[in-house]
Design a protein around this ligand. Structure first.
Ligand code: OGA
Ligand code: NI
Length: 348
């Protein structure tokens, strides 16, 4: 079931499936497009994760809550992922995407329930833009359940991917505990609801100058996740919508960017908002990013906890399970948090 998320995280790329006839919504057309966007290089909150384990924990938890509430994203430093693991995942991702096309295409499938799939770059007929990202998406938790589906070419792929993904999962647990706490919930509130984990190895080739105007890396979207951990290489490209403008989130060495996803928006009763973001391309250099997403188990309830509901803060969302959310996503496919509209309370 959660494998379906592998596809929808892509936003406008839709599966070739006969049974489902989704309604298409295209709210991104109302967002600024690349040429019109006014860019601002704003500040990004940087959270020191090591300090969560010391006497400053409650201060760091407050910082986290503030960043989730007012920005929808932040970066983490001192996260404990070894530098070698970071270098290795980029090396093996680069090697994979430099393989001949027929080798990469072994992972291409239109089946959204596949445990692993390659998304190729495509022309978006609806919006007349070229979406230049290629990505390899796969399930990865627990590693031993999925590792035998991963590429064996390059030969070091499985070892290097497992090393990074095991590390990033640990960081996510630490973060989710602190995020639960920032909402005034028990530390393990979100962790108890967790299911698996999947990853998208994103590759953006350097584009031709002539392509730039109508080319995106990936269109504006929110992620249908609790949180997303986005590891960027040293090439800029990520932008987030902040106060109505696209803001560059340039790579900061030794940090990982964290986004609030749709499901955290629901769990927090709309206190934390899922982040609208996109990636742009450039003509000079290829770019890679590793996005890891954690998702709840199918039967986990996602609606806002009683503790977050009172007369001043009525429930914005009904109780729903992640299974119901995944099913609903197939009916109205949208690249934004509008996926949650179906689960809103009628009063909201
Ligand atoms: C994603 C994503 C942005 C980037 O994979 O969901 O938003 O900078 N990636 O690669
Ligand atoms: Ni995303």
């Amino acid at each position: 079931m959660p494998a379906a998320v592998l596809h929808v995280a892509e936003g406008v790329a839709l599966p070739e499936t006969k049974q489902l006839q989704p309604t298409y919504e295209n709210p991104i057309s109302t967002l600024p497009t690349v040429p019109e966007a006014e860019l601002c290089d704003g500040s990004i909150p940087i959270i020191d994760l090591e300090a969560l384990h010391g006497p400053r924990r409650s201060h760091i938890v407050k910082q986290l809550g503030h960043a989730c509430q007012h920005k929808g994203f932040f970066a983490v430093k001192n996260h404990g992922i070894p530098k070698t693991a970071v270098n290795n995942i980029f090396d093996t991702t680069r090697e994979f995407f430099h393989l001949p096309e027929e080798e990469r295409m072994k992972f291409y499938t239109p089946d959204p329930n596949s445990d692993i799939r390659l998304m190729t770059a495509y022309k978006d007929e609806v919006e007349n833009v070229f979406v230049a990202r290629e990505s390899l998406k796969f399930h990865c938790h627990p590693v031993e359940d999925y590792v035998n589906k991963w590429p064996t070419n390059p030969p070091s792929f499985r070892k290097k991917a497992a090393e990074y993904l095991t590390n990033v999962r640990k960081v996510e647990m630490t973060l989710l505990d602190a995020i639960s706490e920032s909402l005034g919930l028990e530390r393990d509130y979100i962790e108890k609801r967790l299911g698996g984990h999947y990853v998208s190895l994103n590759y953006y080739r350097a584009c031709e100058q002539s392509e730039l105007e109508l080319t995106y890396g990936v269109r504006g979207h929110t992620d249908p996740t609790i949180i997303t951990m986005l590891l960027q290489d040293d090439v800029p490209g990520l932008q987030v919508l902040s106060e109505g403008k696209w803001m560059d989130v340039n790579p900061i060495p030794d940090t990982v960017v964290v986004h609030v996803g749709d499901l955290l928006q629901a769990i927090s009763n709309h206190r934390y908002k899922s982040l609208l973001h996109q990636a742009i391309v450039n003509c000079e250099k290829e770019r890679m990013s590793i996005a890891s997403y954690c998702y709840p188990s199918s039967d986990a309830t996602i609606g806002p906890p009683k503790k977050l509901i009172d007369t001043d803060h009525p429930a914005i969302y009904k109780d729903f399970t992640f299974g119901e959310f995944s099913k609903q996503m197939w009916k109205v496919i949208t690249p934004t948090d509008k996926r949650l509209d179906f689960f809103k309370c009628s009063a909201a």
